[in-house]
Design a binder for this molecule. Structure first.
Ligand code: ADP
Ligand code: ZN
Length: 216
């Protein structure tokens, strides 16, 4: 399955992406994770992306389209993939279509703006592997430490109130129109992002038709 995950910042795309990745046995490709690791490594792309990200703006389409195309051409994507954070503009969606990559489903996680600010301030991320956590709704076994790699959990530089508002504006103006683009192709499904992780997971499974049959 070639899947696109979309939704406002903090909707839970990263977390649900990981869960789906395990369930479906395919990799999640997160442009946010890729860009942040480029920044950490100090690559040319990282240097270019840093200011945009910290201002809550989008990195230019041609930059991100190049990165994603290269990643999707790797052999492991042949068995399917989950795209998290791409496409984020109509131009990116069109570039993806034109590259000949077939998308099977687009899942939009729906969360109201009011909830986002609150959620993003309790969000944490592993400084080593990028795994997502939340100090309220998705705690690690040991405080401040990644369950997977033991890395230190940190708050992202762009998870501050001012930048969060910019990211929300950008989402509504530039990313949300993509829903219509994919709905017109009959690919769009939606799931409500709830307070509790398990509830969101259940909604996602239902939307994608991945539910386990009820025990009798
Ligand atoms: P979130 O969805 O929580 O805002 P991401 O980790 O997906 O976070 O993205 C963080 C930032 O990285 C974005 O605000 C943007 O600056 C940049 N970015 C990620 N993906 C894209 C993309 N497809 N196009 C442009 N910029 C992107
Ligand atoms: Zn980790």
């Amino acid at each position: 399955m070639n899947l696109v995950l979309m939704g406002p910042p903090g909707a839970g795309k990263g977390t649900q992406g990981e869960i789906l990745s395990k369930k479906l046995g395919i990799d999640t490709i997160s442009t946010g994770v890729m860009l942040r690791s480029a920044i950490k490594e100090g690559t040319e792309i990282g240097k270019l992306a840093e200011q945009y990200i910290n201002d809550g703006k989008l990195v230019p389409d041609e930059v991100i389209v190049g990165i994603v195309k290269e990643r999707l051409s790797k052999p492991d994507c042949e068995k399917g993939f989950i795209l998290d954070g791409f496409p984020r503009t109509i131009a990116q969606a069109k570039a993806l279509t034109e590259s000949g990559v077939k998308i099977d489903k687009v899942l939009s996680l729906e969360v109201e703006d009011e909830k986002i600010v609150e959620r993003l301030s309790s969000r944490r991320e592993c400084s080593k592997c990028g795994a997502p956590y939340n100090v309220i709704s998705n705690k690690p076994a040991e405080e401040g430490k990644c369950d997977k790699c033991g890395g230190q959990l940190i708050r992202r530089a762009d998870d501050n109130p001012e930048t969060i508002q910019n990211r929300l504006d950008v989402y509504h103006e530039q990313t949300e129109p993509i829903k219509d683009y994919y709905a017109a192709e009959g690919l769009l499904v939606t799931a409500k992002g709830e307070e509790l992780l398990e509830d969101t997971t259940r909604n996602v499974a239902k939307a994608l038709g991945l539910e386990e049959p009820d025990a009798v």
